[in-house]
Design a protein around this ligand. Structure first.
Ligand SMILES: *[C@@H]1O[C@H](CO)[C@@H](O)[C@H](O)[C@H]1NC(C)=O
Length: 287
Protein backbone atom coordinates (compact mmCIF):
# COMPACT_ATOMS: atom_id res chain seq x y z
CA UNK A 1 0.00 0.00 0.00
CA UNK A 2 2.71 2.39 1.03
CA UNK A 3 4.78 1.62 -2.03
CA UNK A 4 1.92 2.27 -4.43
CA UNK A 5 0.99 5.45 -2.61
CA UNK A 6 4.58 6.63 -2.96
CA UNK A 7 4.79 5.88 -6.65
CA UNK A 8 1.42 7.58 -7.14
CA UNK A 9 2.88 10.67 -5.56
CA UNK A 10 5.97 10.41 -7.69
CA UNK A 11 3.87 10.41 -10.88
CA UNK A 12 2.01 13.45 -9.65
CA UNK A 13 5.36 15.05 -8.90
CA UNK A 14 6.62 14.23 -12.43
CA UNK A 15 3.53 15.81 -13.94
CA UNK A 16 3.60 18.92 -11.85
CA UNK A 17 7.26 19.80 -11.55
CA UNK A 18 9.62 20.84 -14.32
CA UNK A 19 12.17 18.07 -14.82
CA UNK A 20 15.86 18.81 -14.96
CA UNK A 21 18.10 17.06 -17.51
CA UNK A 22 19.69 14.69 -14.91
CA UNK A 23 16.25 13.46 -13.87
CA UNK A 24 15.39 12.66 -17.52
CA UNK A 25 18.60 10.65 -17.94
CA UNK A 26 17.92 8.86 -14.69
CA UNK A 27 14.40 7.88 -15.77
CA UNK A 28 15.57 6.73 -19.22
CA UNK A 29 18.25 4.58 -17.60
CA UNK A 30 15.73 3.07 -15.23
CA UNK A 31 13.33 2.11 -18.03
CA UNK A 32 16.21 0.68 -20.10
CA UNK A 33 17.36 -1.53 -17.21
CA UNK A 34 13.83 -2.67 -16.47
CA UNK A 35 13.33 -3.65 -20.12
CA UNK A 36 16.73 -5.33 -20.36
CA UNK A 37 16.30 -7.56 -17.32
CA UNK A 38 12.64 -8.08 -18.02
CA UNK A 39 13.48 -9.64 -21.39
CA UNK A 40 15.63 -12.24 -19.61
CA UNK A 41 12.72 -13.65 -17.61
CA UNK A 42 11.64 -16.95 -19.27
CA UNK A 43 8.14 -16.86 -20.80
CA UNK A 44 5.40 -18.42 -18.74
CA UNK A 45 3.96 -21.65 -20.24
CA UNK A 46 0.34 -21.21 -21.11
CA UNK A 47 -1.53 -24.36 -20.12
CA UNK A 48 -3.64 -24.63 -23.29
CA UNK A 49 -0.77 -24.38 -25.79
CA UNK A 50 0.47 -27.70 -27.18
CA UNK A 51 4.30 -27.75 -26.84
CA UNK A 52 4.63 -30.17 -29.77
CA UNK A 53 2.68 -27.78 -31.98
CA UNK A 54 4.96 -24.94 -30.89
CA UNK A 55 7.92 -27.06 -32.04
CA UNK A 56 9.42 -27.17 -28.54
CA UNK A 57 9.77 -30.95 -28.38
CA UNK A 58 11.30 -32.57 -31.42
CA UNK A 59 10.30 -36.09 -30.48
CA UNK A 60 6.60 -35.24 -30.42
CA UNK A 61 4.55 -35.37 -33.61
CA UNK A 62 1.29 -33.84 -34.72
CA UNK A 63 -0.58 -37.12 -34.73
CA UNK A 64 -4.18 -37.19 -33.59
CA UNK A 65 -6.47 -39.74 -32.11
CA UNK A 66 -7.47 -41.92 -35.06
CA UNK A 67 -10.22 -44.35 -35.89
CA UNK A 68 -9.77 -48.04 -36.48
CA UNK A 69 -9.36 -47.57 -40.22
CA UNK A 70 -7.12 -44.53 -39.85
CA UNK A 71 -3.37 -44.08 -39.67
CA UNK A 72 -1.23 -43.66 -36.53
CA UNK A 73 1.14 -41.13 -38.04
CA UNK A 74 1.33 -37.95 -40.05
CA UNK A 75 2.96 -38.25 -43.45
CA UNK A 76 3.77 -35.95 -46.30
CA UNK A 77 2.34 -36.09 -49.79
CA UNK A 78 3.37 -33.05 -51.80
CA UNK A 79 1.20 -31.90 -54.65
CA UNK A 80 0.42 -28.96 -56.86
CA UNK A 81 -3.09 -28.15 -58.00
CA UNK A 82 -2.62 -27.75 -61.76
CA UNK A 83 -6.20 -26.82 -62.48
CA UNK A 84 -9.64 -26.60 -60.89
CA UNK A 85 -11.33 -26.97 -64.29
CA UNK A 86 -10.83 -29.91 -64.58
CA UNK A 87 -9.67 -30.76 -61.06
CA UNK A 88 -6.09 -31.87 -61.70
CA UNK A 89 -3.20 -32.30 -59.30
CA UNK A 90 0.47 -33.06 -59.78
CA UNK A 91 2.45 -35.23 -57.34
CA UNK A 92 6.22 -34.88 -57.69
CA UNK A 93 8.26 -37.95 -56.67
CA UNK A 94 5.21 -40.14 -56.17
CA UNK A 95 7.25 -43.27 -56.99
CA UNK A 96 10.97 -43.98 -56.96
CA UNK A 97 13.09 -44.55 -60.05
CA UNK A 98 13.52 -48.17 -58.99
CA UNK A 99 9.75 -48.68 -58.65
CA UNK A 100 9.22 -47.21 -62.14
CA UNK A 101 11.86 -49.44 -63.66
CA UNK A 102 10.40 -52.52 -61.97
CA UNK A 103 6.96 -51.79 -63.46
CA UNK A 104 8.42 -51.25 -66.94
CA UNK A 105 10.37 -54.52 -66.71
CA UNK A 106 7.24 -56.50 -65.79
CA UNK A 107 5.11 -54.85 -68.48
CA UNK A 108 7.63 -54.99 -71.32
CA UNK A 109 7.11 -58.65 -72.29
CA UNK A 110 3.32 -58.32 -72.27
CA UNK A 111 2.72 -55.33 -74.54
CA UNK A 112 0.17 -55.40 -77.32
CA UNK A 113 -1.39 -52.57 -79.37
CA UNK A 114 -3.71 -50.48 -77.18
CA UNK A 115 -7.42 -50.74 -77.92
CA UNK A 116 -10.33 -48.33 -77.59
CA UNK A 117 -13.76 -48.60 -76.07
CA UNK A 118 -15.96 -48.13 -79.13
CA UNK A 119 -18.96 -45.85 -79.38
CA UNK A 120 -22.11 -46.88 -81.23
CA UNK A 121 -21.28 -47.20 -84.93
CA UNK A 122 -17.49 -47.18 -84.44
CA UNK A 123 -15.20 -50.01 -85.54
CA UNK A 124 -11.54 -50.83 -84.94
CA UNK A 125 -10.91 -49.72 -88.53
CA UNK A 126 -12.76 -46.40 -88.24
CA UNK A 127 -10.92 -45.47 -85.06
CA UNK A 128 -7.45 -46.45 -86.24
CA UNK A 129 -4.88 -43.78 -85.40
CA UNK A 130 -6.71 -42.34 -82.38
CA UNK A 131 -4.65 -44.37 -79.91
CA UNK A 132 -1.38 -45.71 -81.24
CA UNK A 133 0.47 -46.79 -78.10
CA UNK A 134 1.18 -50.33 -76.92
CA UNK A 135 0.10 -51.46 -73.52
CA UNK A 136 -0.98 -54.13 -71.12
CA UNK A 137 -3.25 -54.43 -68.12
CA UNK A 138 -1.42 -55.42 -64.94
CA UNK A 139 -3.05 -56.05 -61.61
CA UNK A 140 -1.14 -55.79 -58.35
CA UNK A 141 -1.41 -59.55 -57.72
CA UNK A 142 0.63 -60.21 -60.89
CA UNK A 143 3.55 -58.25 -59.46
CA UNK A 144 5.46 -60.36 -56.92
CA UNK A 145 7.76 -57.41 -56.11
CA UNK A 146 4.82 -55.69 -54.37
CA UNK A 147 5.53 -52.42 -56.20
CA UNK A 148 2.10 -52.07 -57.81
CA UNK A 149 0.45 -52.83 -54.48
CA UNK A 150 2.38 -50.00 -52.82
CA UNK A 151 1.50 -47.61 -55.64
CA UNK A 152 -2.17 -48.58 -55.35
CA UNK A 153 -2.10 -47.80 -51.64
CA UNK A 154 -0.62 -44.42 -52.31
CA UNK A 155 -3.17 -43.61 -55.03
CA UNK A 156 -5.98 -44.56 -52.64
CA UNK A 157 -4.54 -42.18 -50.03
CA UNK A 158 -4.22 -39.37 -52.59
CA UNK A 159 -7.77 -39.76 -53.92
CA UNK A 160 -9.35 -40.95 -50.66
CA UNK A 161 -11.17 -43.49 -52.80
CA UNK A 162 -10.66 -47.08 -51.54
CA UNK A 163 -8.27 -49.31 -53.46
CA UNK A 164 -10.98 -51.74 -54.55
CA UNK A 165 -12.53 -49.03 -56.75
CA UNK A 166 -9.56 -49.13 -59.07
CA UNK A 167 -9.27 -51.02 -62.35
CA UNK A 168 -6.06 -52.95 -63.02
CA UNK A 169 -3.15 -50.72 -64.06
CA UNK A 170 -2.96 -50.00 -67.77
CA UNK A 171 0.77 -49.75 -68.51
CA UNK A 172 1.44 -47.89 -71.75
CA UNK A 173 4.41 -47.31 -73.98
CA UNK A 174 4.41 -44.53 -76.57
CA UNK A 175 7.21 -44.61 -79.14
CA UNK A 176 8.17 -41.75 -81.46
CA UNK A 177 5.06 -40.43 -83.24
CA UNK A 178 2.65 -42.36 -81.02
CA UNK A 179 -0.17 -40.50 -79.25
CA UNK A 180 -3.66 -40.65 -77.87
CA UNK A 181 -6.06 -38.12 -79.41
CA UNK A 182 -8.11 -36.12 -76.91
CA UNK A 183 -10.89 -38.12 -75.28
CA UNK A 184 -12.83 -38.58 -72.04
CA UNK A 185 -12.08 -41.37 -69.59
CA UNK A 186 -15.67 -41.27 -68.31
CA UNK A 187 -18.25 -43.11 -70.43
CA UNK A 188 -21.25 -41.06 -71.45
CA UNK A 189 -24.19 -43.51 -71.53
CA UNK A 190 -25.65 -41.55 -74.47
CA UNK A 191 -22.64 -42.61 -76.56
CA UNK A 192 -21.54 -45.87 -75.00
CA UNK A 193 -24.83 -47.28 -73.76
CA UNK A 194 -25.76 -48.04 -70.14
CA UNK A 195 -22.80 -48.39 -67.76
CA UNK A 196 -22.66 -50.44 -64.59
CA UNK A 197 -20.16 -48.00 -63.10
CA UNK A 198 -18.35 -44.84 -64.05
CA UNK A 199 -14.69 -43.80 -64.15
CA UNK A 200 -14.50 -40.85 -61.80
CA UNK A 201 -10.76 -40.25 -61.53
CA UNK A 202 -7.61 -41.12 -63.44
CA UNK A 203 -4.15 -41.36 -61.95
CA UNK A 204 -1.20 -41.33 -64.35
CA UNK A 205 2.17 -42.37 -63.00
CA UNK A 206 4.93 -41.35 -65.38
CA UNK A 207 7.38 -44.24 -65.49
CA UNK A 208 9.91 -42.46 -67.70
CA UNK A 209 11.09 -39.03 -68.70
CA UNK A 210 10.39 -38.08 -72.33
CA UNK A 211 13.07 -36.12 -74.17
CA UNK A 212 10.55 -34.21 -76.27
CA UNK A 213 6.77 -34.37 -76.71
CA UNK A 214 4.51 -36.89 -74.99
CA UNK A 215 2.84 -34.28 -72.77
CA UNK A 216 -0.54 -35.00 -71.23
CA UNK A 217 -2.78 -32.25 -72.58
CA UNK A 218 -6.06 -30.78 -71.39
CA UNK A 219 -7.27 -28.74 -74.40
CA UNK A 220 -10.43 -27.47 -72.66
CA UNK A 221 -8.82 -26.40 -69.40
CA UNK A 222 -10.84 -23.56 -67.87
CA UNK A 223 -13.20 -23.60 -70.86
CA UNK A 224 -10.54 -22.73 -73.45
CA UNK A 225 -10.93 -23.93 -77.07
CA UNK A 226 -14.35 -25.46 -76.38
CA UNK A 227 -16.20 -23.62 -79.10
CA UNK A 228 -13.44 -23.39 -81.66
CA UNK A 229 -13.89 -26.59 -83.68
CA UNK A 230 -11.04 -28.35 -81.93
CA UNK A 231 -10.08 -31.47 -83.94
CA UNK A 232 -8.93 -33.71 -81.00
CA UNK A 233 -5.46 -34.22 -82.51
CA UNK A 234 -3.92 -30.83 -81.95
CA UNK A 235 -1.72 -30.56 -78.88
CA UNK A 236 -3.05 -27.45 -77.13
CA UNK A 237 -4.25 -26.19 -73.75
CA UNK A 238 -2.68 -27.21 -70.45
CA UNK A 239 0.26 -29.51 -71.22
CA UNK A 240 1.98 -31.57 -68.54
CA UNK A 241 5.47 -32.80 -69.33
CA UNK A 242 6.10 -36.34 -68.07
CA UNK A 243 8.80 -36.75 -65.44
CA UNK A 244 9.82 -40.17 -64.18
CA UNK A 245 8.23 -41.00 -60.83
CA UNK A 246 5.75 -38.11 -60.85
CA UNK A 247 1.99 -38.56 -60.73
CA UNK A 248 -0.93 -36.71 -62.33
CA UNK A 249 -4.43 -37.08 -60.94
CA UNK A 250 -7.56 -35.64 -62.48
CA UNK A 251 -11.28 -36.10 -62.00
CA UNK A 252 -13.54 -36.86 -64.96
CA UNK A 253 -16.77 -36.10 -63.16
CA UNK A 254 -17.88 -33.01 -61.31
CA UNK A 255 -18.76 -33.16 -57.64
CA UNK A 256 -22.43 -33.71 -58.53
CA UNK A 257 -21.52 -36.77 -60.61
CA UNK A 258 -21.96 -35.38 -64.13
CA UNK A 259 -19.12 -35.76 -66.62
CA UNK A 260 -16.80 -32.74 -66.51
CA UNK A 261 -16.62 -31.42 -70.10
CA UNK A 262 -13.24 -29.88 -69.29
CA UNK A 263 -11.70 -33.26 -68.37
CA UNK A 264 -11.05 -33.90 -72.07
CA UNK A 265 -7.39 -34.93 -72.36
CA UNK A 266 -4.92 -36.69 -74.60
CA UNK A 267 -1.29 -37.65 -75.04
CA UNK A 268 0.72 -35.48 -77.43
CA UNK A 269 2.89 -37.39 -79.90
CA UNK A 270 6.33 -38.37 -78.64
CA UNK A 271 8.91 -36.45 -80.66
CA UNK A 272 12.14 -37.76 -79.12
CA UNK A 273 12.63 -40.62 -76.68
CA UNK A 274 9.97 -42.96 -75.35
CA UNK A 275 7.09 -42.48 -72.93
CA UNK A 276 6.04 -45.02 -70.32
CA UNK A 277 3.05 -44.40 -68.12
CA UNK A 278 0.99 -46.45 -65.65
CA UNK A 279 -2.67 -45.46 -65.68
CA UNK A 280 -5.09 -46.26 -62.88
CA UNK A 281 -8.75 -45.61 -63.56
CA UNK A 282 -10.81 -45.25 -60.42
CA UNK A 283 -14.54 -45.97 -60.52
CA UNK A 284 -17.51 -44.98 -58.41
CA UNK A 285 -18.27 -48.65 -57.63
CA UNK A 286 -16.18 -51.45 -56.19
CA UNK A 287 -14.52 -53.40 -59.01
C1 LIG B 1 -23.77 -30.46 -62.10
O1 LIG B 1 -22.99 -29.31 -61.91
C2 LIG B 1 -22.71 -28.58 -63.09
C3 LIG B 1 -21.74 -27.47 -62.76
O2 LIG B 1 -22.10 -26.79 -61.62
C4 LIG B 1 -24.00 -28.09 -63.71
O3 LIG B 1 -23.73 -27.39 -64.90
C5 LIG B 1 -24.88 -29.28 -64.02
O4 LIG B 1 -26.12 -28.86 -64.51
C6 LIG B 1 -25.09 -30.12 -62.76
N1 LIG B 1 -25.81 -31.33 -63.13
C7 LIG B 1 -26.83 -31.83 -62.43
C8 LIG B 1 -27.45 -33.07 -62.94
O5 LIG B 1 -27.22 -31.29 -61.43
Amino acid sequence: MRGSARSGRAIVALQTTKLGLPAVFFCCGLFFLAGFFGSMIPPVDLPNENPARLGLYEEETLEMAHGETGEDHVSELSFQVLSWKPRAMYYPNFASRKQCETIIRIAKSKLSPSSLALRKGETAESTKGIRTSSGTFLSAVEDSSGTLDKIEDKIARATLIPKNHGEAFNILRYEIGQKYASHYDAFNPKEYGPQSSQRVASFLLYLSDVEEGGETMFPYENGLNMNSGYDFNECIGLRVKPRQGDGLLFYSVLVNGTIDPMSLHGSCPVIRGEKWVATKWVRNEIQ
